[in-house]
Design a protein around this ligand. Structure first.
Ligand code: GUN
Length: 284
């Protein structure tokens, strides 16, 4: 088990770094402020938000959870967003997705002030990332880059193959990897001969939401494997990679749980601190 990319330990390492930065901010009377809006009951979202809250409080953030009823109208939700856009003590906020069907997610994402969009979902931030001038980027993508950085995995010139093209993971990871000079291939459900393509990967990143889909025959000997999957199967959390089979071939591999999950929260906290530092610099 010496080939584990340990997300839990790496998240603790970055917590220490962030605590130092937060202490510096507090000398200037600034506490990083993070808010999460959650609409309605969704058990998966509740777990995500609880984990974010726990980490934010451990780091000494000003953390606010804004719980809204399923029945809220789009315009009422927009006015909640407007309040956060205008609050000086909130550096960043996210609207937990998915939203109830009667609310248009694009309208909501577009209403978040890009400077406070710590999810990196607003079109401005998507564009900045695409143009190799990233501001805030989606937390999972950020967390994966921090994890690889901590393990000194140089991506420059490497073949990075990403399985999955979501806006939350696949696309932003592809942009960050391209910005870091990797040769990037994005694969998805229409890709022909998928395993032939994934076997070219020096670094394989899997984010498709299909339990244990990636088996040993998809992976080159010595590859670094990053499993973003969080699937619930018979009450058990599983990844998108069949760990027991793939692990012996991989030079390094993330487990599920304890791999990318803790680093996603790190990505969110890290970027909130960056915004708070900008507030501190503006204050002088
Ligand atoms: N739902 C699942 N993942 C995420 C995320 O990263 N951000 C938001 N806002 N909602 C999510």
């Amino acid at each position: 088990m010496d080939n584990i990319l340990d997300g839990k330990a790496t998240a603790s390492y970055f917590d220490e770094e962030m605590l130092t930065r937060i202490a510096k901010l507090k000398e200037k009377d600034i506490t990083p402020g993070l808010a999460v809006i959650m609409v309605g009951d969704n058990s998966a979202s509740e777990i995500y938000v609880r984990n974010k809250k726990r980490r934010a409080e451990k780091l000494g953030f000003n953390f606010e959870e804004i719980l809204l009823l399923d029945s809220i109208s789009e315009s009422e939700l927009l006015s909640e967003i407007d309040k956060l856009n205008n609050r000086d003590d909130i550096d960043g906020f996210i609207v937990q997705l998915p939203l109830p069907k009667h609310i248009n997610e694009d309208t909501i994402v577009n209403a978040v002030n890009p400077a406070k969009d710590v999810d990196g979902f607003a079109p401005y931030n998507v564009g900045k990332l695409y143009m190799n001038d990233p501001q805030q980027v989606p937390a999972t993508a950020k967390g994966i880059m921090l994890l690889l950085e901590k393990y000194k995995i140089d991506v420059d010139g490497k073949n990075v193959v990403i399985v999955g093209r979501s806006n939350i993971v696949g696309r932003p990871v592809a942009s960050l990897m391209l910005n870091a000079h990797a040769t990037v291939t994005i694969t998805h459900s229409h890709t022909k001969n998928l395993s032939e393509v994934t076997r070219q990967a020096d670094i394989l990143i899997v984010a498709i939401g299909r339990s244990e889909f990636i088996t040993a025959d998809f992976v080159k000997d010595g590859a670094v494997v990053v499993d973003v999957g969080m699937n619930r199967v018979d009450g058990k959390l599983t990844g998108d990679v069949k760990f027991d089979e793939v692990s012996p071939k991989a030079s390094l591999i993330t487990p599920v749980p304890g791999g990318v999950g803790p680093m996603t929260i790190t990505g969110l906290m890290y970027q909130t601190i960056q915004i708070a530092e900008r507030r501190a610099n503006a204050k002088g």
